[in-house]
Ligand binder design. Structure first.
Ligand code: IMP
Ligand code: MG
Length: 188
């Protein structure tokens, strides 16, 4: 259509620099989806149910976009975990606040997270799902902040590696706000 300008992105006062624009995220998400499709279509991952698990709430936007790029039959489920105890605790206790509805025994699980930061949440979730009999548990994270790691864990699929900086948008919050920004940005 002629003279149809792209709507400018919503840019509230809270936003500092936009680090990952919507088209950058979309392109990377498509590449991740293609890689995941290839990997799960062949051995040793093929031939079993795949359950894609979105980790609430941060991964919600990324999860919805990634799922559309995975061209395989799969089941969709959600889990939500929260860490309790003091930030400084090295044990990093994590609890499940909303559990899966699907059984994972004998199935492949793809955990989809917004960011691997200290790594405590994903370490706990992976351990828990393997203990329930999941055949494999792989991790796909939109963002990786390796500088903040407190436990050794690597995501199998990573969208972008960022320095240790707090970011908002595209699912990521600051005090439960700004998750609906269509890009990843630093707060002002
Ligand atoms: P961790 O890897 O156990 O430290 O937990 C990662 C969780 O911390 C993520 O799922 C986010 O909810 C939150 N988080 C870490 N870094 C950021 C950030 O930069 N912005 C918003 N939330 C973050
Ligand atoms: Mg989160």
């Amino acid at each position: 259509m002629k003279n149809r300008r792209k709507k400018p992105d919503w840019r509230p006062d809270c936003v500092g620099a936009v680090l990952l624009a919507p088209d950058v995220i979309a392109k990377r998400t498509a590449a991740l989806g293609a890689k995941i499709t290839r990997d799960y279509a062949r051995r040793p991952l093929a031939g079993r149910d795949l359950v894609a698990v979105g980790v609430l709430r941060g991964a919600s936007l990324f999860f919805a976009d990634l799922l559309r790029e995975i061209r395989l039959p799969l089941l969709v489920d959600f889990i939500s975990a929260s860490s309790y105890g003091k930030e400084t605790k090295t044990t990093g206790e994590v609890k499940i606040v909303k559990d899966l509805q699907e059984p994972v025994r004998g199935r492949h699980v793809l955990l989809v997270e917004d960011v691997v930061d200290t790594g405590l949440t994903l370490t706990f979730l992976r351990k828990t799902l393997l203990a329930r009999g999941a055949r494999t548990v792989r991790i796909c994270a939109l963002l990786d902040k390796p500088r903040k790691r407190r436990v050794k864990i690597r995501a199998d699929y990573v969208g972008f590696t960022l320095p240790d900086r707090f970011v908002i948008g595209y699912g990521l919050d600051y005090e439960e706000r700004y998750r609906n920004l269509p890009y990843v940005a630093t707060p002002r």
